[in-house]
Each structure stands twice: as C-alpha cells, then as structure tokens.
Ligand binder design. Structure first.
Ligand code: KG4
Ligand code: ZN
Length: 347
C-alpha cells in the first residue's frame, strides 16, 4: 500500500463521518447518524444536527483510528468538508479538523462535499478515468458534471432548477405516509409496485425545454403531480395503492436522471459515468443506469450503497487525491461555506 494516509471528517448534514484512506485504499469508515432524532420533525433540524455532531465527533474519530489501526501521529493530512451544507454542522467538523491539524502539525484540506461524493468511488473501483462525467444526486443537490481532473476543477453541465432528487423522494414519501428520510422507504416499497401504474410527468424533457434546459432537472412538478393524484384518490374514497404510486414516481425520476446523464456523456464524448450521492443508493436508478449505459457502450461506476450516503471515507478519498497530486493545503482560517459552488473542489 502506498500514497498519503489521510483522515477525512464529514459533518455537512446529519451524519458524523470519519474515514481514513491510504492512497486509494479505504482503511476505516466510521459513521454516527442523528437521523433518528430528526424523524419526528419530518426533516433535519439544524440545531439538533450540530449538537449531535459535537457529541459524536471525538468518539467517531477514535473509532476510525481503531478500525484502521493507525494513530493520529501517523497521518499525512486532515481533510474536512467545508461546504456546502448546514453552517452549524459544517462548523463542528471544521473546528475538529483544525484542532487536529494544529495539534498534530499536519496540513489541512478543506474539500467540497459534492466532489467527495464522486471521489469516494476511487476506493472501490480505482483511479477515476479522465475525463469522467458524474451524476450527483443527493438530498440537497442534483447535478450533471464533467470532471477532467477531480483535484482541479469541475464543470457543471446542468443542475436542478427546483427540488433536488433526494428532496423529491423525501417529500413524496411524506405524501405516501412513509417515514423520513423517505428515499430508502420508496426504494423498498416500490419493488412490490407497478411502475407503469401512473404515468407521471418527466420534467424538462419536452422539445423546447431540451433546448433551454438540456442538462437541467426539475422535480417540483412531479412532486406536485403525485400529491394531486393521491389527493384525488382519497377524495373519491379509494385506497391509495402506495407501492404502485411509489414505483411510478421512482420510475419518472430515474428515467429523467439517466436519460440526461447518458445524453451528456454522448454529447461530450465521455465514455465513463459515475453516479454519486445518497440517491445513487436507489435500486431502480442503479439498474436503469446500467441498462442504458450498456446499450450505448458507456462504462458505469456506482459506489456500493453505504459509500453513496454521507460518510467520512469520501472526504478522506478526495483529500488523499489532493495530497498525492501535490495540491496546496488550505489556510487554517477557512470558513464554513453553506453554498460552496460545485465547481470548487477544495478551498
Ligand atoms: O448524499 P446524502 O446522504 O446527503 C446529502 O448530501 O443530502 O443524500 C441523502 C438523500 C435523502 O434525500 C435520501 O432520501 C436519499 O438520499 N436516499 C435515497 C436512497 N437512499 C438515500 N433515495 C432513493 N433511494 C434510496 N435507496
Ligand atoms: Zn451528501
């Protein structure tokens, strides 16, 4: 094994993640989640998340070091998510990372959460092809990206103009009476449903939209369409076929996501596509993307499910790439940037 030994800290939302990567090898991936504390509010409560990060930070760092069998003194660098995400939550991770960097006299790398979702695939499937296209689908973002070099700059080909894909899953789950976060529940229940039961709208795919918003997404119309359909059904006194509606909704989301991702690859002459972010854990998205990529000869890479949702390994993976490529470390004064643009890989 060679390459830099990097510890990565992720606290942008409700997962306290600490990962340790040696070059391109994953040594530890410790995650503590506060998701259970948010469930009864139907969404992540920022103040609760920050407090949970504070409590989980030191034990999670200890757990990662024990898992990797390394001591903090062995590390070559500390990487941390500096944005985008919830400000208070980001601040906890940044403060922890800065304290480690100062105490251990190691370089600090502030990295972009979104680029990390792509970089994590390196620890599973090896170095990223250059260039690679990426479909990034999480609770807060949906982007189509062109990545010539993950340590340098990312080009955004398009993004959602309203709700993120994960947000749509969570909101539709709520309409269907499923718990928060809804993505995994829709995934599970949709497996028993008929995806052709209702033909829900495919946002931004009409002729005119394909000219103005070729690689952009829109899920808010779809979310409303599902809510209206369910309301109408209930008004008429009929039971709602939850599995069928979940499957039909999931089909509409994954159809648009994969259709535009494949088109972006073809039109930009890119042969490799990576899907990252929490929604990349979705079974139907994974299967449909594989079918459509196979049909046109695009190589598809999707990280295993636990690496798709937020974790520290992804931050360590990107940090290790930055160190290996000799990129300059961050200043100790780097701020939390809740709206860090996707193009900025490290700060
Ligand atoms: O990347 P992530 O863990 O956190 C953010 O950076 O936002 O993504 C969380 C999102 C949530 O909206 C969750 O419902 C969704 O990912 N998600 C899924 C699945 N697992 C998680 N969506 C659909 N199917 C899944 N299996
Ligand atoms: Zn994420």
């Amino acid at each position: 094994m060679n390459g830099p030994l990097v510890l990565g800290i992720e606290t942008s939302c409700d997962e306290t993640g600490v990962g340790i990567v040696h070059g391109e090898t994953l040594l530890a991936d410790a995650v503590a989640s506060s998701v259970g504390e948010h469930a009864r509010f139907g969404g992540v409560v920022p103040e609760i998340a920050s407090r949970a990060h504070l409590e989980a930070m030191v034990p999670t760092i200890r757990r990662a070091c024990a898992q990797a069998r390394v001591s903090l003194a062995d590390l070559d660098a500390i990487a941390v998510t500096s944005g985008p995400g919830l400000s208070g939550s980001l601040l906890v991770g940044l403060a922890g990372a800065k304290a480690l960097a100062v105490a251990l006299d190691k370089p600090l790398y502030g990295v972009n959460h979104l680029a990390s979702h792509v970089a994590v695939d390196i620890v599973e499937h090896g170095p990223l092809p250059e260039p690679t296209a990426a479909l990034l689908v999480s609770g807060g973002h949906s982007n189509l990206l062109l990545i010539p070099d993950i340590t340098d700059e990312i080009t955004s080909l398009g993004s959602t103009i309203d709700d993120a894909a994960g947000e749509a899953f969570d909101k539709v789950a709520r309409v269907l009476g499923l718990p928060f976060p809804g993505g995994p529940h829709i995934d599970r229940i949709a497996a028993e449903g008929d995806a052709a039961y209702v033909s829900f709208p495919r946002g931004l795919t009409s002729g005119r939209d394909m000219q103005r918003h070729r690689f952009d997404y829109s899920f808010s119309g779809l979310k409303t369409a599902v809510a209206r359909w369910v309301e109408a059904r209930e008004r008429d006194g009929h039971p709602v076929p939850v599995a069928d509606v979940a499957a039909s909704f999931q089909e509409a989301v994954t159809d648009v996501l994969t259709r535009k991702a494949v088109l972006a690859c073809r039109e930009n002459g890119v042969q490799d596509l990576i899907i990252g972010g929490g929604v990349a854990a979705n079974s139907r998205l994974r299967a449909m993307a594989q079918e459509r990529c196979d049909a046109v000869g695009i190589r598809l890479r999707v990280p295993r499910r636990d690496l798709c949702t937020d974790n520290g390994a992804m931050v360590a993976a990107l940090g290790a790439q930055l160190v290996a490529k000799g990129r300059a470390p961050s200043q100790l004064g780097i701020p939390a940037d809740s709206s860090l643009p996707v193009q900025v890989v490290s700060v």
